[in-house]
Structure formats: C-alpha cells, structure tokens
Design a protein around this ligand. Sequence first.
Ligand code: ACO
Length: 434
Amino acid sequence: MSDETVTIIDDTTGKKVQLPLLSPTRGPKTIDISALYKELGYFTFDPGFVSTASCASSITFLDGEKGVLQYRGYPIEQLAAQSSYLEVCFLLINDKLPSRQELDDFEYEITNHTMLHEALKRFFSGFRRDAHPMAIMVGVVGALGAFYHDHMDIHNPEHRMITAHRLIAKMPTIAAWSYRYAMGKPFIYPVNSMSYTENFLNMMYSMPSEKYTPNPLLAKALDLILILHADHEQNASTSTVRLAGSSDANPFAAVAAGIAALWGPAHGGANEAVIRMLMEINESGKSLQSFVDRAKDKDDSFRLMGFGHRVYKNYDPRAKLIRVICHQLLNDMESTGEQKKLLETAMALEKVALEDGYFVKRNLYPNVDFYSGIIFLAMGIPMNMFTVIFAMARTVGWITQWAEMLSDDNHKIGRPRQLYTGPIDLEYVPIEKR
Ligand code: ACO
C-alpha cells in the first residue's frame, strides 16, 4: 500500500476527488474507489470484473501477461517439480511451507478424516442414477453443513481450520462416491495407509471382490494436476465462495456455491466440454479446419473449448506444465481405438490453433482444461468426473480464500450495485383494464 493518490475530475461539474492509489506487492496499482459514490455520486461499471479487484489477498499471485502463477509467493513450477498436493494445501492454509514433522502431522490429520458420516451415504441414493456427479457433489457438500454444528463458529480461527481440514479430507471420498453411485457400484471406504491420490483412485476403481493396486504413475500425475488446480486467485468459483461466505453463511454452503459456479463450461466444466468437442469433431466426419473456421466465425457461437483465458494472454503456466505430462502419458500409456483417435484429434487441434493467425493474434493458447481433459481421458477417468476432480483440487483454494476474507476485521457483505436500465414510475393498470 502507498500514499499515492489519483485525482478524478468530473467534467460535468468540475468537482475533483482524490482517491487512494494502492500498490500491491506485484501487479497493477489499484484505485480505491470505495469513496467515489459518496464524493461524486457515481457508481463504476465493470461487467465481468475486467478491471476490478474485488478484494485484497495474499494467497495467490497471477500475472496473465507474463504467464506467472505463484502460491504464497512460491512459483508454480517449483511446487509442481518438488512438492506434493498435501504440502501445497498446508502452504495455502498456513501461509508457510511445513517442517517435516508438520507435514507428517498434517498428512495424518487429513488421512484420518476422510470418512463420511454414515448418514451422509443416504444422500447419494436420493439422486437419480444418471445424475451428473457435479450435481451430487453440490448437494452432498452443502449437506455437510448439517453434520458439523460442533465447529461452525465462522469467527473462530480454530473452527475455520478444522473446517478446512474436514473439507480437504472428505472431498475425495465425496467425489469418488458420486461416481460409484452413478455406476451402481458399492462405495469403497478410504484406506489410511494410502496417499491422498492413491486413496482417491482406490475409491474410484477398486471392487470389494478383487485386489486393486493404484498405478503409481497415475497417482503421481493426479497429484500434479491437483497442485496445478489448487488455487487461482479471484476466479468465478472462488469469487462465488467469497460472496456467499460474505453473508456469514456456513462454509459448506459457500463451497457448494463455488462447486456450482465451477461446473459451467466457461470455467471448470471446460475440461469435459473439450472431450465432448473432440468427440463431435470425430463423429462429424468433417475436417478439423472446418471446426477451427467455425470458432473464428463471429456469427457462430461455437468456440474451441480449452482455448483462451480471461487473465492469461500468454501461455497459461499450468498448461505449460500439464502439457509435458500430457505428452509423456500419451507416449507411455496404451490407448486404443476411440480413445486414441480423440487424443490424435486433440494434438492436431493444438497444432492448428497454435499456428493459426486468429488464435495467435488474440493470444488464445490452450488452457489448463485442454490438457487436463486429455490426461483424464488417457487415465480412463469418465468424462463427467473431470470437473469433479477440479473441484476436489480447488477446495483448498476456496476454503483458504474464505478464511482470509473472514479473518479481515473490515470484511463486509458483498453487495454490488447496478446500472439500472429498466422502466421507471409506471402506473399500475388493474388486470381487467390491460
Ligand atoms: N475460441 C474461439 N475464439 C475465442 C475463444 C475460443 N475458445 N476464446 C476467446 N475467443 C475470441 C473471442 O471471440 C474474442 O474475439 P474478438 O476480439 O474478435 O471479439 C477474443 O477471443 C477475446 O475473447 P473474450 O470472450 O473477450 O475473452 P474472455 O476473457 O471474456 O473469455 C474465456 C475467456 C471464457 C475462457 C474464453 O476464452 C472461452 O470461452 N474459452 C473456451 C472455454 C474454456 O476453455 N474455458 C476454460 C477457461 S480456464 C478455467 O476456467 C480453468
């Protein structure tokens, strides 16, 4: 923060107002406009929050022009190469890297809270068999609020931490069970001797009738995907969690709202949309170029899913890292038939889009969802589970951002204003006279 100010002159009245100019540790300076309405009687208008910082935060730094992403100051590249998802969770929620003992204790704490209350199991069976697992997840996570009254004083930092641990621990179980229910398969309970990702794969794929050993390669790749998705500052779902939580709503309800926002194909739902698009391309029998041309046609609503990003106007650093794994996995793994064809189409599309002037000019690079969808496909993860895994990874970011908001003594309920464009002062006409 600094003592700099920006002067705004109202040309219509000649009135001047000096507004504080805030300096972040890095990134664009930010005009504090909170006094603008009081001083000049104006609102500001910024649909989609293109130029608006909705809060101050010390969790994640992102530079979309340079393609930089850091959690608590640590570059994503270093965390991806040297850390683990649970260590990143510790870092995000505690604002420091753990000592060996702290990490062991944290892993023990998370591992030992992965079970769900038995009564919660019945919530799953209330859904139709063909329910999307994201719909189940929204419902079940929201329902957690009915189970943990004991630690729901949101103004108590210790309670907030317990809630964070509970959510991180239980999310893989909820995610896997959402899938198992839709498949009509028995729920598999968590196994404490397994790592976070092995345990998730075990709950997804093992059967009580057969021994199952999670593939360490897949567990490792999944761990990396979770690291890359752990937080991403004030994106749509995180802003939703903050807004819902700003009314002092319970954290499970706020996170359920975040899951709902993540589901949309313009956000976390894009990884599923990518694969659906690849299937559409293959099934159509039309050339790849014809789809690229459609994406460029302003009269056609079709977009290349998995390309472009609101903030990254350079290569998304997560996409850079995940791309390497994606190509590695595709080389190492035996993919056959339909799956192989989809993967080939994806790689051809990546090439076309990276070389086509339309995409190059607009900085429309493949984003993290483009590659995560392909990796999930190569891993044999069902399509409707892609966004669920994203939600599982992002839970730590949501809950950390929520806790940061509440720990700020000055936090207020989020209440945007509007530019009203409807009719005014109409005269009510009784129904018989209309
Ligand atoms: N295919 C074709 N053209 C595109 C695409 C795309 N995927 N994305 C953007 N454009 C074009 C737009 O038509 C626009 O062109 P114009 O300047 O000629 O009008 C220009 O690029 C800028 O696009 P905007 O829509 O203004 O960018 P915005 O920041 O609003 O949208 C978004 C970003 C929503 C991610 C968009 O790129 C998109 O819809 N991508 C596909 C969906 C997707 O992959 N979402 C995942 C995002 S990553 C995440 O959530 C983890």
